[in-house]
Structure formats: C-alpha cells, structure tokens
Design a protein around this ligand. Structure first.
Ligand code: HBI
Ligand code: FE
Length: 296
C-alpha cells in the first residue's frame, strides 16, 4: 500500500509525512482525534480565523453557509461528528487517510460518497506554505461544499468518472478537471466572481489573488477545454475557470465520456496561460509571476 501511495504522489518514501504503516486495504486509518496536541488545535484556530476573515469578500456564499454549519472553528474537528452531519445532509462521510493515496483508492472512495481527509496538521512554521495537503486544506477547503446537494452529486460523479478514466488511461485529463474545479474553481454570484475551489480557499495568499490580481486569466468553464489544459503545482494558477453555478459542473459529468476520451487521446493540449479565440474571457491576465509568494 505504501509503495502505491508514494507512486501516486510522486514522492519518495521518506518525503511522505503520514503514517502509512497502519492502513486498511482502502488506505484509511483511524483519525486519532485524541492524539492532537494543544499546539495542533491552536494552529487550527489560527488558520481557521485567518481564512474566515477573507471569506465574506472572496468566497462563494454557498461555501460560507456550509462552513458555518460545520461549526469547526474551535480546533481540529472530529471526523465522526462531521460525518454524522454530512451523512444526514448528502450521504457523504469522511474517512481519515495518512495523506495522498493512489488514484484508484481515491476515486473508489469518492464514488461511494466517502471523502478522504488527511489526519495530520502542518507545523506552525509551515503556516504559509505546504507541499502536501494536510487536515486544514482537506477539511476546511473540501468538506464544506459536500453539504451542498448538487456539488455532492458532482463529487460522486467525478469519482465514478475517475474509475473509468483509470481504465482508459485518461487520468491526466480527469485530474485537470478536478484541479480547475474542485481545487481552483471560481463561480459567478450576483454578477461578481467568487471562489469555491478548496486549493484557493485554504490559502491566505491565493484567495485574494484569484479574485483581484491582474495576473491570471479568468475564463468561462468548458469541460473539454479544461481537460485539455495543463496546470502547474508550484505557484498560483495562471488561469482560473469560472462556472455559472454547480449545476453546470454536474451537467458536464453527464456527457458520454466514451467519445470525449477518444477525442482527448489526440491534440490539442493547452499551456496554463493560453487564451483561445473560442474562450469566454472574463479577464485576460498580464501573467506576471508571483513565484515564491505561494501560501498554502
Ligand atoms: N489522495 N488523499 C488524497 N487526496 C487527493 O486529493 C488525491 C489523492 N490521490 C490522488 C489525487 N488526489 C489526484 O490524483 C486525483 O484527483 C486525480
Ligand atoms: Fe485538495
């Protein structure tokens, strides 16, 4: 299991932070909520308070409403309590994992309405930058919208699509869909552009950047366009894709992926900063880089 996990994350054994020694066959572990220290809970509160200050101005209202229902501000949340609420609302539960897990296991969890959440939290000195997702990124960033019925349906459809893509060798195309929606997606709300992507909302620097910076492109979401667009993991995004509503995401997963995957086997492929004549362009970015100021 451990070898497979390192393969999917592209990291060597020593680099992965989690404890992969006591995993179940599906890569889940016990969260170990009683083992968190006062420092861990204090760091969670600091991160939570810092991000919460940014939400009213930048986050989708749906995200804010769902986050407040989780009532997770006092310390690292107990996944069982959050799972009970999620299950009543949309049938989702949280499973604790030691960190990144192989695609197959990841998609299988999503396809069965189980969201994998990393159980360790970053160190205080890592407040602003983190290589791998920790419990703050996974829970604060990803869990709230699982309370939204349409987004919850999209996440399960994504998991099922992932299982199929694995079989057809189209994983990279599907990873791009996840990246440009679930991780770095923007949404239109009352004539303004707001954030719903977890990778942005768990980052103090990227949250304002994604909305205010003149650097990135902001382009209307289109499924095949997104699946053909490469992304970068070492800096803020150079392009964000904007949806009108979550229905647009769920509807996109309703297409027959067979012909789409056949088309995706061929060109073109786009660079992260490309803007196409067929794009619905909200803003064409200056693309000046902000490397080195990336925060987690
Ligand atoms: N594992 N725990 C965890 N969390 C992820 O977000 C994750 C993963 N494994 C694979 C993966 N994401 C991506 O490769 C897929 O989204 C394509
Ligand atoms: Fe994530």
């Amino acid at each position: 299991g451990f070898k497979a996990a390192t393969a999917s994350s592209g990291k060597t054994a020593k680099e992965l932070r989690g404890d992969y020694s006591s995993m179940a066959a599906d890569f889940t572990i016990d969260q170990g909520w009683d083992r968190y220290t006062d420092t861990d809970h204090a760091l969670w509160r600091t991160l939570y308070d810092r991000q919460s200050k940014l939400l009213p101005r930048y986050a989708a209202r749906t995200f804010m409403d769902c986050l407040s229902r989780l009532d997770a501000g006092d310390g690292v949340p107990d996944f069982r309590r959050a799972s009970d609420m999620l299950e009543k609302a949309t049938g989702w539960r949280i499973v604790a994992v030691p960190g990144l897990i192989p695609e197959g296991a990841f998609f299988d969890h999503l396809a069965n309405r189980r969201f994998p959440v990393t159980n360790w939290i970053r160190k205080p000195e890592e407040m602003d930058y983190l290589e791998e997702p920790d419990v703050f990124h996974d829970f604060f960033g990803h869990v709230p919208l699982l309370l939204h019925p349409v987004f919850a349906d999209y996440m399960q459809a994504y998991g099922k699509g992932g299982q199929r893509a694995l079989g057809l060798g189209r994983i990279e195309n599907l990873a791009r869909l996840y990246w440009y929606t679930v991780e770095f997606g923007l949404i239109r709300e009352d004539g303004q552009t707001k954030v719903y992507g977890a990778g942005i909302l768990s980052s103090a620097g990227e949250t304002p950047y994604a909305i205010e910076s003149p650097s990135p492109n902001r382009i209307g979401f289109d499924l095949e366009r997104v699946m053909r667009t490469r992304y970068r993991i070492d800096d803020y995004q150079q392009t964000y894709f904007v949806i009108d509503d979550y229905d647009q995401l769920f509807t996109a997963t309703g297409v027959d992926f067979g012909p789409l995957y056949e088309r995706l086997a061929g060109p073109p492929e786009y660079a992260p900063a490309d803007v196409l004549p067929t794009d619905k362009v909200y803003t064409k970015g200056t693309q000046q880089r902000v490397l080195g100021t990336k925060t987690a």
